[in-house]
Design a protein around this ligand. Structure first.
Ligand code: DOR
Ligand code: ZN
Length: 427
């Protein structure tokens, strides 16, 4: 049994002075000064004890592209970032669109992952009959309405409708990558300026995301599909989701740190390191995302942790694969934002712990409550640190946030009652 003493515990929406006793489960939240049944006692004086973070959107690339990341390195990166549960996307090579591939991936993840995980199942053009069969093995389904990294996509409108209907029957969430292929293709012809990386965003315009979200919301409404729009980037998208929610739609959404801390002109300096799908947007979009984070329209901050090697990212913005790593830097960035009063501590917990747990049915996670899983992060709000690629655990070995100085970060991660990270070192 592990005891965390002298810290402040975030429970039931507020911070209390208490000690925490953990087995694989949360045994007790207690005011007892010296918990008697603990074998190991950790002094958390000056620190805050929170639920382990959940990242509802990562790409750990295993199986298929383990030269970029694998379940061991990806899960170590997660632990480094205070994350105790990751939900992994199915655009592996080949994509996870059959029960056999799903089972194979489950086995690999079970063997290698040092944190908890859930897997999405890919919705392709011809695997609808498999959706129901796998429903008890997945955290949700993923549909790419537009080509991104990998070959998983479903662009045909009639087939998309059928897929929304089929997912609705499973009762699970459908996570949708919302971009419109026709709009992107036209923009690629008209807006691409060779040698000018700043035209990258114009080749994947805002309208592409907005129209796709509109279409997804409509289909979800028709078939009563539980919809989750991934990596939201636009003010127009925020407005659509706000409107849908106000009419009672069963929709949630997430954005990612890169959209909150970079805008489209940053690609001039960082080149393909900042190429991703959807792309970085304007200051106005970014401001709309921050507002939506604070007023509850955006439910979660995921990372879309999308590791690609430095060699791959050294190509020009249109040739390099899109995506940035982020599973281990989200907590530091957002806690720094809490220190700068860009969001409240309570909202941080909702975005990174409570809301992902609620939406994806992680029944015993996301909260510190007796009987819940002992998935915990300890954070130090006063600790100064700098993002350095040498300190990272992701196999790709780089971060778009390299060199950033931050205040506040996780200093311990506990998954199922086991300490997996202490003082920035993954054990
Ligand atoms: O930038 C992205 N990278 N967007 C996606 O939709 C996929 C991801 C990846 O898998 O690399
Ligand atoms: Zn993604």
């Amino acid at each position: 049994m592990l005891a965390l003493i002298n810290g402040k515990i975030f429970t039931q929406g507020r911070l209390i002075d208490a000690n925490l006793l953990l087995s694989e489960k949360i045994e007790k939240i207690t005011k007892e000064q010296h918990p008697t049944d603990a074998d190991k006692i950790i002094n958390c004086s000056g620190k805050i004890i929170i639920p382990g973070l959940i990242d509802p959107h990562v790409h750990f690339r295993d199986p298929g592209q383990t030269y970029k990341e694998d379940w061991l390195t990806g899960s170590k990166a997660a632990a480094h970032g205070g994350v105790t549960t990751v939900l992994d996307m199915p655009n592996n090579v080949p994509p996870i669109t059959t029960p056999e591939r799903l089972k194979e991936k489950l086995e690999i993840a079970k063997k290698k992952s040092i944190v908890n995980f859930g897997l999405y199942f890919g919705v392709g053009p011809d695997n609808l009959e498999a959706l129901d069969e796998v429903k008890d093995m997945v955290c949700g389904y993923k549909m790419f309405m537009c080509k991104s990294t990998g070959d998983l996509l479903l662009t045909d409108s009639a087939k998309q409708e059928k897929a929304f209907q089929a997912v609705s029957k499973t009762g699970e969430v459908l996570a949708v990558h919302a971009e419109t292929p026709e709009i992107n293709e036209a923009a690629m012809k008209n807006k691409k300026i060779e040698g000018h990386p700043e035209s990258y965003a114009d080749t994947k315009p805002s309208e592409s995301e907005i129209r796709a979200i509109e279409k997804a919301l409509k289909m979800a409404g028709t078939y009563k599909t539980r919809l989750h729009i991934v990596h939201l980037t636009t003010e127009g998208g925020v407005e659509l989701i706000k409107n849908a929610k106000s009419h009672g739609a069963d929709v949630t959404t997430e954005t990612c740190p890169h959209y909150l801390f970079f805008t489209k002109t940053d690609i001039r300096e960082k080149k393909a390191l900042l190429a991703m799908n959807p792309p970085l947007r304007t200051k106005q979009d970014q401001a709309a995302l921050w507002t939506a984070i604070n007023n509850g329209i955006i439910d979660m901050v995921s990372t879309d942790h999308a590791p690609h090697t430095i060699e791959e990212k050294s190509k020009d913005v249109w040739t390099a694969p899109g995506g940035v790593p982020g599973v281990e830097t989200r907590a530091g960035l957002l806690l720094d934002a809490v220190n700068s009063r860009l969001l409240s501590f309570e909202r941080f917990i909702q975005l990174c712990c409570e809301n992902p747990a609620k939406r994806f049915g992680l029944a015993k996670k996301g909260y510190i409550k007796q009987g819940f899983d002992a998935d915990i992060a300890v954070v130090d709000m006063k600790k100064h640190h700098k993002i350095k690629s040498d300190d990272l655990y992701t196999k790709c070995g780089w971060s778009p946030f390299e060199g950033l100085k931050l205040k506040g970060c996780p200093v311990m991660t506990i998954a199922d009652g086991r300490i997996v990270m202490e003082d920035g070192v993954v054990l």
